[in-house]
Design a protein around this ligand. Structure first.
Ligand code: HEM
Length: 275
């Protein structure tokens, strides 16, 4: 039985903190949020481009929180906690992937109409995205050069470069749980390693290690969604600017394809050849 529906309040208790607007507006800082979309042209498509970019930046940050929580749980041997954080992360990734829909209809004419206002700006310069790359093990010290003018971002990235990646923490947990995974965290890009592939083979072929296999599958869910995001980015670029060079100075499509073709957590994919 439904009770009588009561409408929410239309007047509010006086707030203690300063500011104007409804309690909702104050809580989410709507005035600041809605002041951040500042197109440099009068082209309507630029507004969608800015919103899509800002939405994705926020989601990159949320994903970092989930992956950080997963790493912390792995370090504490809390497999349940790690799986829960990775699962939350995959939902964030799903939203990230579908965020490309915001740009799905942009034509080359619409993009060309505002492209020059971007100058040298490119998502390639996103520090949040690069941080996620480092957490995945796709590390590169030379990328830090981009942030010479932003010491806080540079220091944050230098810390992430030196820290173990999410994958490093997963492999360390395998090792502590009796699956020899000889592997040292490194500040360079993770390369496919036969010893690591052997560790995953041991996990997947032993029914007693179903708990660790679940971790492998959760990491694979994560990896697959990273690639899905790259593939949708590639398709958006192909559709809006074809094979022209990028504003960030790359060859554009060919460079993006190379990144999209690289497997994340490569041993988890390679081991499937033998299972
Ligand atoms: C249709 C719109 C877009 C086009 C045409 C485009 C184009 C490009 C191109 C050509 C590159 C290669 C680097 C360069 O030379 O600039 C790139 C990289 C990148 N873009 Fe976009 N982009 C678009 C939308 C976005 C959006 C909305 C985001 C969200 C933040 C984004 C994030 C990135 C990132 C993170 C990279 C680096 C990719 C990697 O390292 O694998 N892009 N983009």
């Amino acid at each position: 039985m439904n009770g009588d529906a009561v409408r929410p309040n239309l007047t509010f208790r006086p707030e203690e903190e300063p500011g104007t607007g409804t309690p909702y507006a104050r809580y989410v800082h709507l005035d600041i949020l809605h002041s951040l979309q500042q197109p440099r042209s009068k082209v309507p498509a630029e507004y969608s481009f800015i919103v899509a970019t800002q939405v994705m930046e926020l989601l990159f940050d949320l994903l970092r929180h989930e992956w950080t929580a997963a790493q912390q749980a792995l370090r504490e041997d809390d497999l349940t906690g790690a799986l829960a954080a990775l699962r939350r992360g995959t939902h964030v990734q799903d939203v990230l992937v579908s965020s490309w829909d915001l740009l799905a209809t942009m034509t080359p004419a619409e993009f060309n109409a505002f492209r020059e206002v971007l100058g040298e700006a490119s998502g390639f310069q996103s520090a949040e995205f690069l941080r996620l790359e480092f957490m995945l093990g796709n590390k590169s010290e030379k990328m830090l050069r981009m942030y010479q003018e932003d010491p806080a971002a540079q220091a944050d990235l230098a810390t992430a470069l030196a820290a173990p990646s999410l994958y490093d923490d997963a492999l360390a947990l395998l090792d502590r749980h009796g699956i020899a995974a000889p592997h040292e965290p490194s500040a360079t890009r993770h390369q496919s390693d036969p010893a690591v592939e052997q560790a995953w083979r041991a996990v997947y072929t032993d029914p007693e290690r179903a708990d660790l296999a679940r971790l492998g599958e959760a990491l694979l869910d994560t990896a697959e969604r990273v690639t899905r995001w790259r593939q949708r980015h590639y398709a958006a670029v192909k559709r809006t600017m074809g094979a022209k060079p990028g504003t960030g100075g790359s060859s554009g499509l060919t460079w993006l394809k190379q990144a999209a073709d690289q497997d994340v957590f490569p041993e988890l994919w390679a081991v499937r050849n033998e299972l």
